[in-house]
Design a protein around this ligand. Structure first.
Ligand code: 4UW
Length: 549
């Protein structure tokens, strides 16, 4: 059967993101309301400042960098309020943003920037050594690197994004027109169901649709924008990284659409987050489960008055009912859940805050304009209560993987459903439950780890004959972690010391979230099917048994 959203379809306008957010006739709040506030310095952008800074940047790109429709800007930065004008200015100029994880190594950054063919990179001073090296490797000249954030380049060589000059040529002062349905707005990277990270092509319409779907779901939840210049109204803690689609749509875009205030922190630190909640009277936060765990269990939380918080929303990784209960017992606030993927821009399911206790463990019903199928391994459609792979269709579903048209047939069904690689079911009321993962992906604290990437690195080691990386479960911290099963070459000791040496060796080559926190196990052979495909399930089951023991 096809599961349809319980909510009436929304009219999704055929406009680009800039037009939706900035060329609007009506909004419930005034232009001088501060939308993005830097939690560390207190500096802020109100709507007017955001729009004019973004416009200046967009004009600067066109004048100084000869920016054309479809040109790509790489953004490599932790959360900064400058992320907003840089993204929106690039979109105004017809560009596409390729947003990268700010903890990437040179190699990881160079891979994404090259793959998405960036014309320039926006970054922060502290990250310059990584960017300069990556840029040199892929042939991006130094004058195509611009800074965002507080710090300026002491050598004066690199421009700050606010310094890009625009000429007065008339044709450069108009927004570059795009086709919202076809033209891309973002390239975010995801490994999908298998293999290495790939550019997820998100069009303007994908994001416009998801902002509206998400906003209407949250309004049903009782999130209201009562804000005005006095700062009243709903405020969110913006700790989800803006480079990730969850922070990009649900914070960066939704804040401008709905007029909440977003208090931005470059990095999650529980004590700083608690202090900001207390000082700014934050009312809600979108966070992954490890942060929920902090709110539920960490002693530091008791030092602060968090009574302004109305609810938390968890997503990006599984959340246990015990954790939901623990938050309620400590803070007397609901923790609701959402679900989505980079490929769906991202939100597809959203629990209402009014139903968090009734359907604990559910990610909620399908959002408006969405349809789903649950299918077995042969593609047979299943019905209510039966677990199978979740397939999704809607205006927020992406355009395919960049430069990988051959993946389309495995990614989409014949009737245009996107195959998520997640396993779950719907109950009779349309609430979905995610119960397992069919795909290879590992999620560490909500961050993607592609097993194929770690296996590639491990196979490059002179002592390793074969490798398989799978998700293990760290029971103490209640989180998924990558674990490697290795076949060593003859004569190599299979000792704890060797395992530690290899774990450190991998750590020196990857971003922190990809480290082998689940350890290394030595085996005689990686299980494979007759055509040589790794049978991950076998090792996943083995890991499950080990982790339970
Ligand atoms: N429970 C179990 C969940 C859940 C989950 C995601 O890195 P990506 O591509 O994307 C994300 C998106 C997170 C997200 C989107 C919208 C939303 O409302 C929300 O909460 C509000 C979170 O992380 O990884 C996608 C993969 O992450 C897993 C699942 O395996 C999915 O395919 N995942 N949310 N609630 N697993």
């Amino acid at each position: 059967m096809v599961f349809k959203s319980n909510h009436a379809d929304l009219a999704i306008p055929e406009v680009d993101i800039w037009t939706l957010l900035f060329e609007r006739n009506e909004k419930e709040w005034t232009d001088d309301k501060e939308l993005f506030i830097d939690g560390e310095t207190g500096s802020a952008y109100n709507f007017t400042q955001l729009k004019s800074t973004a416009l200046n940047f967009g004009k600067g790109l066109k004048s100084q960098w000869n920016w054309k429709k479809g040109d790509v800007l790489g953004i490599f930065s932790p959360n900064s309020i400058d992320y907003a004008p840089v993204v929106f200015g690039t979109l105004w100029a017809g560009g596409v943003c390729s947003t990268a994880n700010p903890t990437y190594t040179v190699k990881e950054l160079a891979f994404q920037m090259k793959d998405s063919k960036v014309k320039g990179i926006a970054t922060q001073l502290a990250m310059l050594p990584t960017v300069l090296e990556a840029a040199q490797q892929i042939g991006i000249p130094e004058d195509r690197i611009i800074l965002i954030g507080h710090d300026r380049d002491p050598s004066g060589k690199l421009q700050h994004f606010t310094q890009l000059k625009s000429t007065s040529l008339l044709n450069l002062s108009y927004q570059t027109r795009v086709d919202p349905k076809k033209d891309l707005a973002f390239l975010v990277y995801s490994s999908g169901t298998t293999g290495l990270p790939k550019g997820v092509m998100l069009s303007h319409t994908n994001i416009v649709a998801n902002v509206l779907q998400f906003s209407s779901a949250e309004k049903r939840s009782g999130l209201h924008c009562m804000g005005g210049p006095d700062g009243k109204g709903d405020k969110q803690l913006a700790v989800l990284p803006f480079y990730h689609v969850y922070g990009l749509t649900c914070i960066l875009h939704a804040t401008v659409w709905d007029g909440y205030q977003a208090i931005a922190l470059p990095k999650f630190e529980l004590e700083k987050a608690c202090k900001l909640i207390q000082d700014y009277q934050v009312t809600f936060a979108y966070v992954p489960p490890p942060i929920i765990l902090g709110f539920a269990k960490h002693p530091i939380v008791d030092k602060y008055d968090l009574s302004s918080l109305k609810w938390l929303n968890s997503g990006a990784a599984p959340l246990t009912g015990e954790l939901v209960d623990a938050v309620w017992e400590r803070l007397t606030i609901p923790t609701k859940q959402g679900y989505g993927l980079s490929e769906t821009a991202p939100v597809t399911h959203m629990q209402s805050v009014l139903e968090w206790a009734k359907f604990k463990g559910s990610v909620g019903p399908l959002m408006a304009n969405m349809e789903a199928k649950v299918v077995d391994l042969d593609g047979k459609e299943l019905s209510v209560g039966e677990d199978g792979e979740i397939w999704l269709r809607g205006p927020n579903v992406f355009q395919g993987y960049l430069n990988r048209p051959e993946l389309a047939k495995d990614t989409f069904s014949e009737c245009g459903f996107f195959k998520t690689g997640d396993i779950g079911h719907s109950d009779a009321k349309g609430n979905f439950y995610i119960t397992d993962r069919l795909k290879e992906l590992i999620k560490y604290k909500g961050f993607q780890v592609a097993p194929a990437e770690l296996e590639g690195i491990l196979l490059g080691h002179s002592e390793i004959a074969d490798a398989c990386v799978i998700p293990a479960f760290d029971r103490e911290r209640s989180e998924e972690v990558p674990r490697a099963y290795l076949v060593m070459k003859e004569g190599v000791p299979r000792t704890d010391e060797k395992a530690k040496e290899l774990i450190d060796w991998v750590a020196s080559k990857v971003a922190p979230h990809k480290q082998l926190r689940g350890g290394i196990r030595f085996i005689d052979e990686v299980p494979k099917n007759p055509s040589g495909k790794i049978l991950r399930r076998v090792l996943k089951e083995q890991a499950k048994k080990e982790d339970r023991a």
